[in-house]
Write a protein that binds this ligand. Structure first.
Ligand SMILES: [Zn+2]
Length: 85
């Protein structure tokens, strides 16, 4: 679990370190979610679905969204640079 936490990319909004939390549901199954320790951001839209029981899937999702957002931001920065030059 610790290793997986280390593999998580920083928060897409504040760059904070994410943490993996787990809880037990009423059927005694372990649920997971990832939350940023900086701004409190968490992606728990998979709550109640099978993905919430699979931390690898949650981690993958966290990292994917990070890439997507950063890519978009970088494109915007590049575009604004070419405007001012
Ligand atoms: Zn954050």
């Amino acid at each position: 679990m610790k290793e997986l936490e280390e593999s998580l990319l920083p928060c897409p909004f504040c760059g904070g370190k994410p943490k993996i939390w787990n809880e037990t549901d009423s059927f005694n199954r372990e649920l997971y979610y990832i939350q940023c320790q900086g701004c409190g951001l968490s992606f728990n839209d998979s709550w109640g679905t099978y993905e919430a029981y699979n931390i690898e899937k949650e981690a993958e999702k966290w990292n994917t969204r990070y890439d997507y957002k950063i890519e978009k931001i970088q494109k915007i920065i590049e575009r604004s640079k070419s405007c001012t030059e």
